[in-house]
Design a protein around this ligand. Structure first.
Ligand SMILES: Nc1nc2c(ncn2[C@@H]2O[C@H](COP(=O)(O)OP(=O)(O)OP(=O)(O)O)[C@@H](O)[C@H]2O)c(=O)[nH]1
Length: 322
């Protein structure tokens, strides 16, 4: 449930920052209408950095945060808004207010408010598309975050990889322990996967006992290391079920997005890789190259790089599982 709480806290912090900014705008209006001592918070060239709102911005502008692209739009709108407010204030002081100066200020305010609205929409949308059982984001958010991630990656020169994971023999957990216990296992697995995932790489609940992640990496090797580390992390953190400890494993399929490939198609390939893992023993991660070559990630020990076992290239076998 941590992710839902994070969104709620984010909304509270944003509302507080907006309230502070209203107070600042109120001060500007008061000076314009009643005159008085001009305020450094409006006239200083770096007023946007001194403004309390900028604290909220720097806190949320962190690289890799799925909404960072939208926060950076708020950042620029905020700078412009302060610049136009300064122009207006100076014009008021020099009794030289013109319709252009006034409309520039209005336009900048509008831009600033719109950028905040967009981010709020993003937060509400995120909140509405969380799974109530596990607290994880659902498929819909995977697609919207993918679009934001793509824009960021084009600049950063990284690639996006899709890792699909399916719990092994989950039906037998339901059958042996009951459906409620199965639900508890899903909740625990979600928590364990989140605790093992890299910061800003959310784990999504894709379907019943399937989870999915988008990994940003400079190479297939780096992405495979993340995938193998995550699967190992789950295996080495048994789930408490009453007085018993249950080792839960997943089978994963990982692919790198090809140039121009849709997320939908990449997930389809990751699914094929994953099914190959199911059919060759489970509790493993299979990497599918751009040409469709399948490789089993061999080492799942944290700190070691997982090798790609070229001997496990089983394209012929794979064709049995379209
Ligand atoms: N408790 C619980 N069970 C679920 C939920 N969603 C799906 N399932 C169950 O997950 C089970 C998935 O079973 P299968 O698709 O046969 O796969 P599996 O037993 O995990 O076996 P492999 O994937 O082949 O390793 C089904 O019994 C579903 O009813 C859920 O939200 N809660």
């Amino acid at each position: 449930m941590q992710m839902i709480l994070n969104i709620d806290n984010d909304l509270i912090a944003l509302n507080q920052a907006i309230k502070n900014h209203y107070e600042w705008a109120g001060k500007l209006l008061e000076l314009a209408l009643l005159g008085g001592k001009t305020d450094e918070a409006i006239l200083h060239p770096l007023a946007h950095q001194r403004c309390q709102f900028s604290r909220w911005i720097s806190h949320n502008l962190e690289e890799g945060h799925p909404g960072a692209e939208l926060v950076s739009r708020i950042y620029y709108a905020h700078v412009i808004m302060h610049d136009r407010a300064r122009d207006l204030m100076q014009a008021i002081m020099n009794t030289a207010v013109s319709p252009v100066i006034l409309s520039n200020y209005h336009h900048a305010q509008q831009l600033f408010i719109n950028s905040i609205d967009k981010y709020k929409e993003y937060l509400f949308e995120s909140r509405n598309h969380m799974d109530t059982l596990t607290g994880l984001p659902l498929r819909h958010l995977l697609y919207s975050n993918f679009a934001l991630m793509q824009a960021r990656n084009q600049r950063a020169g990284k690639r996006i990889f899709v890792l699909l994971m399916d719990i092994d023999r989950f039906k037998s957990i339901n059958d042996c322990w009951g459906h409620n216990a199965g639900d508890e296992v899903l909740r625990r697995v979600a928590d364990i996967l989140c605790s093992g995932a890299r910061r800003h790489e959310p784990v999504y609940r894709f379907g019943g006992e399937e989870f999915i992640m988008l990994i940003e990496a400079s190479s297939g090797k780096e992405a495979c290391q993340c995938a193998a580390r995550l699967c190992h992390h789950l295996e080495s953190n048994p789930v408490e079920l009453g007085a018993e400890l249950l080792t839960v494993t997943v089978t994963g399929g990982i692919v790198g997005l090809k140039e121009g490939e849709s997320l939908h198609d990449a997930i389809g390939r990751a699914d094929k890789a994953m099914y190959h893992g199911k059919n060759t023993g489970r509790n493993r991660c299979i990497y599918m190259s751009e040409t469709g070559q399948l490789m089993t990630l061999t080492h799942q020990v944290p700190g070691e790089s997982p090798g790609l076992d070229p001997g496990a290239n089983t394209n012929a076998e794979f064709s049995h599982h379209p």
